[in-house]
Write a protein that binds this ligand. Structure first.
Ligand code: 26Q
Length: 795
């Protein structure tokens, strides 16, 4: 598409779709007009892919996820269609800067963090490799809350991404299913029938997902809850206007808001309704599509692969059995086997508090038929394995991990270490019974978003050096390995990093009034705030460093800017204390005239995908410091390594594999490994011992305790101090000394800029394996038995 064609298309949409003219158009109007013009280019490849998939009559993959953390869509589409240059030229011919227009788009934040972002990377890779697939989820009216800081404390407000016209979705009133809750189960002539007491309508909204070079496109289908009747006319006519609107409001509540919480006990009933709502709608849709092409439901596993993104859609097991058995009359045992042939389950956490359990009381009242089917499935499994010591129900609760495991033909972890720990801990018994079921699929990230579009400077350099093929064949980055020894390439690589840092520095100055020196090391920790991720270990090190610089202000310190980003679940009190501590420490340290040329701390509020795209390319050091054994994989760690940030990290999650690939000499390792963590916890008074052995740690904790960061309010952070001195379950105190040591090694290494750049280049060169294209191909061959159809789309 030429610049002129694109320009004409934009102007036409501005006029005919938005009803405005160039003199009156706002940035948002231009952005939406551009989005429509780009969307027009997606529709043909999208149709071609759908038709190719129908013609092939092969297997389709269905990715069921409560979360899709997509971020902005326009830039992704422009990049994948190869229209970056035309779009930029078209916009400037209209007097606009493309970047300004692109950044006007609100993030689609329909996810909390890693699990949701993984789903978004997978969608993009599924399209890039040409695998016929659908993403299924919920069209939340409000995505993840907006975070702001008031006096250093997190304050949440609702997010409103749908307020502006949404150019990417197509409403499908014709694709709708009624979803029931509650009611009675009755047996009739040998057939069991569930009559729900209430129901809502799930209506589909489709967003096309376009792969690299526009060769293939899939669909993300999100369900929105609508009432079965719009309002109660009788009540309206009686003048009861609120009452009349009630059925609609109640129904819509189901897709109103994304759960921001991986910890609290709140809103259980609504959460279970959301899970069943989108799972049932998706399975109905999948069966409808299957039956439009085939007639024998026993063939289902040959045509349908359903991936459960954690246990959130695990009710898919009993629901599919219900559809096959109750509705379509397949014998129960066969229905269970058939369902299992379609289903597979990804586990993303071993933390006991994050493993879903539903009380049988709640499940029985909302989903009575499913509860009875779970009992049948459990009984069948127990009968097949009489020696097994466990069941999927315990203390009046259904354990969704066990249910998902038993109803899946494959169960995967998300990094090598995590998968080993799954076998050894939560699923040890089930693994013994089904030794073939668990397998590893190490996570990945899409290089289109996380390198090509987030880091155009580095991308240009890579393409100049080795051609463009790396974009969808990321292991080709190995070809730049020899260039680590090339002084000219190192300088170019350093210049790209430097320019990214300058851009971030001006952003921080403009948006936050913070001034940072681009010469300093940018040390970044961005992720959800959680005790196991140990942002408090990072801030403790900052405090100790600040004290040491203060003792010796004329020392030869390596200047650093520590940047934090991330949200805490609104109900997670301790995580919110950590946020408050970081902000309070930042305020004191940043205003210290003696130390501030060596150490600054910044914590921009409302971390999201778009901010990650700014921060990662500008980072020198990536903080991946979770307690070993707790971070299932991490995916931010991969984005940093690809963009040439060196990692300081523990042997946790995918850090282990990153270190193996980039080389131990290009990775700053510290801390206990998972086995040492378990042994350390058994030592009485481990925290007190660690503090006693390290005067720096003791002094940093004393400063917090004495109110150095809470003037006039001693004891403000006692919850944190006493946690770290006593129970310290996540072993912050015990790992501090080694973390400090590694950080000082980082300081020394950063001063040798040649050696540092060599290491950074090797990180980029050796991280190509972390492309989500590799992950998706591996799911296709090892779990889904699905074929790519790139050649068939003919686009
Ligand atoms: C559960 C029940 C009720 C309400 C909420 C939840 C809930 C919501 C979100 C539970 C867990 C999550 C999110 C988990 C998550 O993001 N896990 C991360 O997944 C990444 C992708 O595999 C990994 O890289 C991270 O290590 C893992 O923490």
């Amino acid at each position: 598409m030429t610049t002129t064609e694109l320009r004409e298309a934009i102007l036409a949409h501005l006029k005919y779709a938005l009803g405005t003219d160039p003199d009156r158009a706002s940035v948002t109007d231009w952005r939406i007009a551009l989005s429509y013009a780009i969307r027009d280019r997606i529709v043909d490849p999208w149709f071609a892919s759908t038709q190719a998939a129908e013609a092939a009559k092969g297997k389709r993959v269905y990715y069921l996820s409560m979360e899709f953390l997509i971020g902005r869509l326009l830039e992704d589409a422009v990049v994948n269609l190869g229209l970056m240059e035309s779009a930029s030229a078209a916009m400037s011919s209209l007097g606009l800067d493309l970047d300004t227009v692109l950044s006007d788009e609100p993030d689609a934040a329909l996810g909390n963090g890693g699990l949701g972002r993984l789903a978004a990377c997978f969608l993009e890779s599924l399209a890039t490799v040409g695998c016929p697939a659908y993403g299924y989820g919920i069209r939340y009216e409000h995505g993840l809350f907006r975070q702001s800081f008031v006096d250093g404390r997190q304050v949440e407000s609702p997010e409103d991404w749908l307020r502006q016209p949404h150019a990417w979705e197509f409403e499908r009133p014709g694709a709708a299913f009624e979803i029931g809750f509650g009611g009675r189960v009755a047996s009739n002539a040998g057939r069991t029938e569930w009559t729900p007491a209430e129901s809502v309508v799930a209506e589909a909204y489709d967003t096309p997902v376009i792969g690299w070079k526009g060769r293939w496109a899939n669909t993300l289908r999100l369900w929105s809850a609508k009432p079965t009747t719009f309002f109660d006319l009788d009540r309206f006519n009686r003048g009861d206007y609120y009452g009349a609107a009630e059925p609609e409001a109640l129904a819509r509540t189901i897709s109103r808001v994304l759960y921001p919480d991986d910890t609290t006990e709140e809103g259980k009933r609504l959460r279970l309704k959301q899970e069943y709502f989108f799972t049932a709608a998706s399975l109905n849709d999948i069966l409808r599509r299957f039956l439009s092409e085939h007639d024998d439901l026993r063939q289902l596993p040959r045509k349908v692969a359903i991936q459960l993104n954690d246990t959130h859609p695990a009710i898919a097991g009993p629901e599919l059995v219900r559809l096959l058995h109750d509705v379509h009359g397949m014998p129960l045992d066969e229905a269970i086997v058939t369902a299992r042939g379609c289903l597979s389950y990804t586990n993303h956490t071993l933390l006991p508090e994050a493993l879903e359990r539903w009380s049988e009381g709640l499940m029985g009242s909302l989903l009575p038929r499913h509860l009875s089917l779970i009992e049948r499935i459990d009984a069948a499994h127990a009968a097949a394995h009489p020696d097994r010591g466990i069941t999927m129900r315990e203390n009046g609760e259904v354990k969704m991990g066990e249910l998902a495991f038993c109803m899946a033909h494959k169960v995967n972890g998300v990094s090598a270490l995590h998968t080993e720990l799954m076998k050894r801990t939560v699923f040890s018994e089930l693994h013994r019974l089904h030794p073939e079921r668990i397998l590893n699929q190490t996570n990945g990230v899409t290089p289109r978003r996380w390198v090509l579009s987030a880091n155009p400077r580095l991308s240009g350099l890579l393409t100049d050096a080795i051609g463009e093929e790396w974009v969808d064949d990321l292991e080709r980055l190995h070809e730049i390995e020899p260039l680590a020894e090339d002084a000219g390439f190192r300088e170019d690589y350093a210049a790209a990093k430097r320019a990214n840092k300058e851009e971030l520095a001006s952003y921080l100055r403009a948006e936050r009034g913070v001034s940072v020196d681009p010469e300093a090391m940018f040390d970044v920790q961005i992720k959800r705030i959680h005790e196991y991720k140990r942002q408090h270990l990072n801030i403790l090190e900052a405090i100790a460093l600040w004290q040491e610089i203060g003792d010796n202000p004329n020392g030869d310190w390596t200047p650093r800017v520590k940047i934090f980003g991330g949200k805490a679940a609104p109900g997670y009190v301790f995580a919110k204390e950590i946020i408050h501590l970081i902000n309070s420490v930042a305020q004191v340290i940043n205003s210290d005239p003696v130390t501030s040329k060596f150490l600054k701390i910044d914590y921009p509020a409302n971390y999201n995908v778009s901010l990650a795209e700014r921060l990662i390319p500008a980072s020198d050091l990536s903080e991946q410091i979770s307690t070993a054994g707790k971070e299932a994989s991490g995916t931010g760690n991969m984005k940093f390594a690809l963009n040439g940030a060196l990692t300081i990290g523990t042997l946790d999650g995918a850090n282990v594999e990153i270190r193996e690939l980039v080389g131990a000499e290009n990775f700053f390792l510290f801390g206990m490994d998972a086995d040492e963590v378990m042994a350390r916890r058994a030592i009485d008074g481990h925290a007190a011992r660690a503090i006693e052995a390290d005067p720096r740690l003791a002094r940093a904790l004393d400063a917090i305790r004495d109110g150095a960061f809470s003037p006039g309010e001693r004891g403000r952070f006692d919850a944190i101090v006493s946690n770290l001195s006593q129970a310290d379950y996540f072993l912050v105190s015990s790992d501090f000394t080694d973390y400090w040591r590694a950080q000082r090694e980082v300081d020394v290494a950063y001063r040798d800029r040649t050696a540092w750049m060599r290491m950074a280049i090797l990180n980029t060169a050796r991280s190509g394996w972390f492309s989500s294209d590799r992950t998706i191909r591996s799911y296709m061959s090892q779990i889904w038995n699905a074929q790519g159809l790139l050649a068939d789309a003919g686009t």
